[in-house]
Design a protein around this ligand. Structure first.
Ligand code: NAD
Length: 290
């Protein structure tokens, strides 16, 4: 068996085009502001990609780049200003922040209605409670990839490898909301290969290069690789040993070109959703996960 490759680049392009068409019919440009503090080099690339994708799809997008020396109080004041600006529908505080600023304080300062990263505790709580809210972009992108793969979710055994606030936990909540039987594995899990072998859907988000091996995969499983790791030879790679797994799985997302482009597309999806909900245009545009 050779797995079907789930092309996140193509799917992300399709989703962004759909969002662009929807914006064209709105009569206004949803506003996205990305707040970057300091000079983390990877953040520079991410922020530029987000800005470009947003502008191309017809959003009013801009990056607020604050100096490394910005104090926490100054950052919170900027966030408060964006919260109060009626033209701003979505606010994203790019992580990591410099060490003297508490990420939790910045995340909690964002108006939950504009929290397009879905990291605010209120949105995290809503997701856990099965209520409508803004959902973190990466797990949301994974759900799109699973839909594209034609996976029947109700009753499926899903394993999420990783329990972070930004990927693993919300991922598990979304799968649970879609009626999967969900296991969350993490750094203290005993017999990780055995847990993985039971999974029909495996979402790898541990941040460990190629840790998921071919003989961890149940034949015909669908494997989504969230990891982004710099490999010894300088290339980017995922958490899954692609060449080993591709011969066992039914479908697999590559790195790069899998989850990454879907994350950006879902940031835009969240921004449009926030704009529509804030402005009272279409109530309940998206159904809440159960
Ligand atoms: P994190 O470091 O916050 O969390 C990693 C999780 O993996 C932890 O819960 C930990 O318990 C678990 N883990 C680590 N080592 C393990 C091991 N040896 N065995 C079992 N579990 C282990 O990372 P994160 O922010 O959740 O990101 C995970 C990966 O996804 C990273 O590579 C990150 O770069 C990538 N990522 C990609 C996107 C994207 O858009 N594609 C977005 C966010 C994160």
């Amino acid at each position: 068996m050779t797995a079907r490759i789930l092309d996140g680049k193509a799917l992300g392009t399709k989703l962004r085009a759909r969002l662009g068409a929807r914006i064209a019919g709105l009569g206004f440009k949803p506003g996205l502001r990305v707040v970057r503090v300091g000079e983390d080099p990877a953040s520079g690339v991410y922020v530029r990609n987000k800005d470009r994708a947003a502008l191309e799809a017809g959003f009013d997008s801009a990056t607020l780049h604050l100096p490394e020396a910005t104090s926490e109080a100054m950052l919170l004041a900027e966030i408060a200003r964006l919260n109060a600006d009626p033209a701003v529908d979505g606010i994203l505080v790019q992580l990591p922040l410099p060490g003297h600023i508490r990420a939790e304080a910045a995340i909690a300062a964002v108006d939950p209605a504009k929290d397009v990263d879905g990291f605010h505790p209120l949105n995290a709580g809503r997701l856990a409670a099965g209520q409508k809210g803004l959902v973190p972009c990466t797990p949301r992108g994974v759900m799109h990839l699973l839909a594209e793969a034609g996976v029947v979710l109700p009753g499926a055994r899903a394993l999420v490898l990783g329990r972070s606030q930004i990927v693993g936990r919300p991922m598990a909540q979304l799968l649970l909301g879609a009626d999967c039987t969900v296991t969350i594995a993490h750094s203290r899990t005993r017999d990780l290969p055995g847990e993985c072998r039971r999974a029909e859907i495996l979402i790898a988000a541990a941040g460990r290069a190629e840790m998921v091996r071919g003989d961890w995969i149940s034949p015909g499983a669908v494997v989504i690789d969230v990891g982004i790791n710099r490999l010894a030879d300088g290339r980017l790679g995922g958490d899954v040993a692609f060449q080993e797994v591709v011969v066992h799985a039914a479908a697999i997302s590559p790195v790069p070109g899998g989850v990454g482009p879907m994350t950006i597309a879902c940031l835009l999806e969240n921004t449009l959703e926030a704009a529509v909900a804030r402005r009272g245009l279409v109530a309940g545009w998206r159904k809440a996960p159960r």
